[in-house]
Design a protein around this ligand. Structure first.
Ligand code: NAP
Length: 262
C-alpha cells in the first residue's frame, strides 16, 4: 500500500534506538524526511546514517539532547522546515515504591512523559491544521491500560497524557483539518530497555535470565516479544494519508497480553 506521505517532514523524538528508531525507519522507507533526536550524539549520528542508507532520497537531520530540555525542543523545531508528523517518545520513569518517591520524582516523571509531549504538540498542531495535514503519535505504554504496580510514575504520568489527548484530539479545528492525534501502547518489545529490565529482574530475584525471560513470555499469547520494525510499520500507517478519520485512539500492541474485551 502506498502510504501517501513521501516528501513530508517528521520529528521523531528519542529515536536513536528501540521503538523510536523503528518508527523513524518505517517513515524513512516511505520517503519521509526526518529530524531525529536522542541524548547520545554518536549513536544518533549512526542511526541517521542507517536511515539515509535505507532511503538515500530523504533528508535526515540530527538534534542531540534531552527532549525534556526546552532549548533542545526549540532546536528540533528550528531544524524542521515544517512538522507534518510528530512522534513523541522519551525514556520511561524508573520503577519503585510510591512511598519512596518525592514530589521532585513525580514532577520529573510528569515533565518527561506528559508535559514534554504536550509542549511539542502545542508548538506544532496549529501549523498542521493551517496546512490541512498533521499526524501526532505518542508512544506511551500498555501500562496505561493495565497498570504495572512498580511503574507507578509511568502509570500516572502517561495516563495524564492520555486523558489530555482524549480531549484535544477531538477538537474540530484539528480533526476537521486532517490533523489526528493517537497513542501507541507497547507491550513487551525486544529493545535495549526490555533487555535491561529483564537483566535487572534476574539480578534482583536470583533467577537466571533465561527463566525470567520465559516467565515474561508466558504472559504473551503470541509467544514472542514484539519487534521495533513491526511497531514502526504500524506507526507509519497511522501517519499515512489513509488514517485521517482515526483520532484519539489508544492502540495496544502487545501480542494478546491484555486479556479484556475492550
Ligand atoms: P530504548 O530501546 O531504551 O530506546 C530509548 C531511546 O530513547 C534511545 O534512542 C535513547 O537514546 C532515547 N532517549 C532516552 N531518554 C531520552 C531523553 N531524555 N531525551 C531524548 N532521547 C532519549 O527504549 P524503548 O524500549 O524503545 O522504549 C521507548 C519508550 O517506550 C519508553 O518510554 C518506554 O518506557 C516505552 N515502553 C517500552 C516498552 C518495551 O517493551 N520496549 C514497553 C512499554 C513501554 P539516548 O539514551 O542516547 O538518549
Amino acid at each position: 500500500m502506498e502510504l501517501g506521505i513521501k516528501g513530508r517532514w517528521a520529528v521523531v523524538c528519542a529515536a536513536s534506538k528501540g521503538l523510536g528508531k523503528g518508527c523513524a525507519m518505517a517513515l524513512a522507507q516511505e520517503g519521509v524526511n526526518l529530524v531525529i533526536n536522542a541524548r547520545n550524539s554518536e549513536t544518533l549520528v549512526t542511526t541517521a546514517q542507517q536511515l539515509k542508507a535505507l532511503n538515500p532520497g530523504i533528508d535526515v537531520v540530527t538534534v542531540a539532547g534531552d527532549i525534556g530540555d526546552t532549548q533542545v525542543r526549540a532546536a528540533i523545531l528550528a531544524a524542521c522546515p515544517q512538522v507534518d508528523i510528530l512522534i513523541n517518545n522519551n525514556g520511561g520513569p524508573p520503577p519503585g515504591d510510591f512511598r519512596d518517591w518525592s514530589r521532585t520524582d513525580w514532577l520529573k516523571a510528569l515533565e518527561a512523559n506528559m508535559i514534554t509531549p504536550i509542549e511539542l504538540i502545542k508548538a506544532t498542531v496549529d501549523g498542521m491544521s493551517e496546512r490541512g495535514f498533521g499526524r501526532v503519535v505518542n508512544i506511551t505504554s500498555g501500562a496505561v491500560k493495565a497498570p504495572i504496580e512498580v511503574l507507578g510514575l509511568s502509570n500516572g504520568a502517561r495516563s495524564g497524557l492520555t486523558g489530555f489527548i482524549a480531549g484535544l484530539s477531538r477538537q474540530p479545528q484539528l480533526v476537521s483539518r486532517n490533523v489526528t492525534i493517537n497513542n501507541l501502547l507497547p507491550g513487551p518489545f525486544e529493545t535495549e530497555r526490555l533487555e535491561s529490565a529483564l537483566a535487572s529482574e534476574a539480578n534482583i530475584s536470583g533467577h537466571s535470565l533465561k527463566d525470567v525471560t520465559e516467565k515474561r513470555l508466558s504472559g504473551v499469547p503470541a509467544g514472542r516479544f514484539g519487534t521495533a520494525e513491526e511497531f514502526g510499520a504500524f506507526c507509519a500507517f497511522i501517519c499515512s494519508q489513509h488514517a485521517g478519520y482515526m483520532t484519539g485512539q489508544n492502540f495496544l500492541l502487545d501480542g494478546g497480553s491484555y486479556p479484556g474485551t475492550f
